[in-house]
Structures are given as structure tokens and as C-alpha cells.
Design a protein around this ligand. Structure first.
Ligand code: UT7
Length: 327
């Protein structure tokens, strides 16, 4: 890699309202036992009616900026990864730029499902490596509760709301991003999607009545692809970085299902104690899971200077990504 990047500040924000598995038992034909055993989820956070994803992201960004101790005048651009933007346009990144009082630089969103944060980090890396930009604000997050069909037990138990952010800058020491790989398999797009609301199927009375503005997923198929793809992505990132699974201090996988995380870690020869898991509290927040987990691990002292972190994601697209970073 040409120039290396590092993260100098992290932040996250989760809505206060908690929806437990027991609450869901009253809404659909499910049980705390089924959800816990099949997914590892116990509860999730839900944004209230007046809260949009930019509100969560703005708070996460403020926390990251504070940790980085950087004036907002020095932020050269904002990259937002989400599939639940405030609206189709303007971009959520532009809304956040205004919320933060940032007057300079670019701002745009990218859509890569649950892989969004690593996609955005890879873009940030190449932007900074070009020498044109120095400090970038990278944010991932969702308000999936707003596109969840609350009468579909196959999906409604899985998702939650939350956002995480990072300030990314050029690294002049041996810390930072050692490798990063991203990819997509567009032929599997129909395994996980939101059918209506775009140019293929614009909003109509019928699309609303048929709940087509919500998440549709073939869970079993996605599960099978997830483990295989996350293992190969992680191996590619480890190899590019010149390290082994056993060298990793902390493994931060996408929080979609605890069984996916366990199987992936096992195949990568990473002991389960090294796997960062918070899915029990927040469920799957898609592009939010990685930056939220990173921020919590940093603030709870689970990541120390010099530690090797392995990130690994998988999501709608289908998309995937993995990265190795020295803290
Ligand atoms: O963020 C990236 C994308 N998302 C993922 O990575 C998710 C990947 N998939 C998964 O995590 C799992 O496939 C699920 C958690 C979605 C489902 O777990 P599973 O072990 O694959 O269950 P299944 O879909 O094979 O369903 C098993 C049974 C079915 O009943 P029958 O047909 O065996 O009678 C389902 O109808 O469980 C039933 N079921 C439920 N039962 C109680 C499905 N959802 C529920 C539920 N409560 N919420």
C-alpha cells in the first residue's frame, strides 16, 4: 500500500429505547429462546419516530471528533455508509455536514449494505493515499427499524438502530490499516433487498399495502454465503497484511448472527475469547455494527496500542470486505 491510514478517533451513538425479545413475543409468533439460540440477540435499540439516521450519526461523529481532538475546519470530507438514508437526496452526509457546522470539503453516501463501513474505509484510504485529502470523517449506521416489517418474524427479530464513526487520517508511524479487501457478488442481490421506493418500483398505494418498502431476506441462503465469504475475505486480508489468524488481538466481525461469528472465527483459528460480540444488546445494525463495536472496544480498553484488529463484514449486494489494522 502507498500511504497508510489510521483511525485517530471513534464514536458511536445508540437510541435509548430498548426492544427486548420478550417485547417481540407479544408482536409475532416467536420466543426469546428461539431468537437467543438461533441468533444470539437478546435486545435491540429502536429510534423514535422523530429520529432519522443522520441524528444518530451526528452524535456518533461528535464523539469521534472529540476523541480525535481535531477542529472541524480540518475535516476534508464526509463518507456515510447506510441503506437507510434520511431521504433519497440530498445525501445523509450533506445533512451531517450541516449539523456539524462543517463548511468545507465533500460529503456523499455509499450503499454497500452491512459491508458499508469497510467500503467507506477503503474509499477513505485511497482518497488519503492520493495525497489530496488529509482527514476524513467515515460514518456507518442505520435506522433499520424504519424499514422493518414488524409482522414478519423471519426478519423483525434480527435488526436494530445505531451508528458509529471514525476520524481517519494519514499514518506516519507503524500503526494503521495494513490491508483492506472489498468485493461484491451482484448475482445474489435478490437474497436480501428492499423491493420498493426506487426507480424500479416507485412508492404507490399498492407498494405500501404490500409492505414492499421493508426488508426481504432469504435468511438461510444468506447465512450459507456469509460464513464462506467472510472466511475467504479474512484470509485474503490476513495474507495481504502478512499475518496469521493467531496473530490477531481482537476480531471484530459483522454482528448479524452469533453462529456466523462463531463459525467464521473457528475456521480462521481465532479463539472465541478474541471475538468482539455485542449482538446480544444491539442486534444487526448493518453498516453500524463495525464502527459501533470498534468504538466500544476502544473505550472499554479492549483495544490497546499495537493491537492487531481483524474486521470482517458481509451484507446485501451481496457485498463483503475484510481489513487488518494495527492500533
Ligand atoms: O447482515 C447480513 C445479512 N443477514 C444475515 O447474515 C442473516 C443470515 N441468516 C441468519 O442469521 C439465519 O438464517 C436466521 C436467524 C435468519 C434464521 O435462522 P435459521 O436457523 O436459518 O432458521 P430457518 O430460516 O432455517 O428457520 C427455521 C425455522 C422455520 O420453521 P420451519 O419451517 O422449520 O417450521 C422458521 O419458520 O424457524 C422458523 N422461524 C422462527 N421461529 C420462531 C423463523 N423465524 C422465527 C422466529 N421465531 N423469529
Amino acid at each position: 500500500m502507498a500511504k497508510r491510514i489510521k483511525i485517530i478517533g471513534t464514536g458511536s451513538y445508540l437510541p435509548e429505547k430498548i426492544l427486548t425479545n420478550f417485547d417481540l413475543e407479544k408482536m409475532v409468533e416467536t420466543s426469546d429462546q428461539w431468537i437467543t439460540e438461533r441468533t444470539g440477540i437478546k435486545e435491540r435499540r429502536i429510534a423514535d419516530d422523530n429520529t432519522a439516521v443522520s441524528d444518530l450519526m451526528t452524535e456518533a461523529a461528535k464523539n469521534a471528533i472529540e476523541m480525535a481532538n481535531i477542529p472541524v475546519e480540518k475535516i476534508d470530507g464526509i463518507l456515510v455508509a447506510t441503506v437507510t438514508p434520511d431521504m433519497m437526496f440530498p445525501s445523509t452526509a450533506c445533512i451531517i455536514q450541516n449539523n456539524l457546522g462543517i463548511k468545507q470539503g465533500f460529503a456523499f453516501d455509499l450503499s454497500a449494505g452491512c459491508s458499508g463501513f469497510l467500503y467507506a474505509l477503503e474509499v477513505a484510504h485511497n482518497f488519503i493515499a492520493s495525497g489530496k485529502y488529509k482527514n476524513l470523517l467515515v460514518i456507518g449506521g442505520e435506522t433499520l427499524s424504519k424499514i422493518t416489517n414488524w409482522s414478519d418474524r423471519n426478519t423483525c427479530v434480527l435488526f436494530g438502530d445505531g451508528a458509529g464513526a471514525a476520524i481517519v487520517t494519514e499514518s506516519n508511524d507503524d500503526s494503521g490499516l495494513l490491508s483492506s479487501v472489498i468485493g461484491a457478488k451482484g448475482e445474489y442481490g435478490d437474497l436480501l433487498y428492499q423491493p420498493a421506493g426506487g426507480s424500479r418500483m416507485p412508492a404507490s398505494k399498492e407498494t405500501v399495502e404490500k409492505n414492499l418498502h421493508t426488508i426481504f431476506m432469504n435468511g438461510r441462503e444468506v447465512f450459507n454465503h456469509a460464513v464462506r465469504t467472510m472466511v475467504s475475505a479474512a484470509n485474503e486480508a490476513l495474507e495481504t497484511a502478512g499475518v496469521e489468524g493467531s496473530d490477531i488481538s481482537i476480531f471484530i466481525p459483522h454482528q448479524a448472527n452469533v453462529r456466523i461469528m462463531q463459525s467464521t472465527a473457528k475456521r480462521l483459528h481465532i479463539p472465541i475469547e478474541k471475538v468482539f460480540i455485542n449482538i446480544d444488546k444491539y442486534a444487526n445494525t448493518s453498516a453500524g455494527t463495525l464502527p459501533i463495536a470498534l468504538d466500544q472496544a476502544v473505550r472499554n480498553g479492549k483495544i490497546k496500542k499495537g493491537d492487531l484488529i481483524l474486521f470482517d463484514v458481509f451484507g446485501a449486494g451481496l457485498t463483503w470486505g475484510a481489513a487488518v489494522m494495527r492500533w
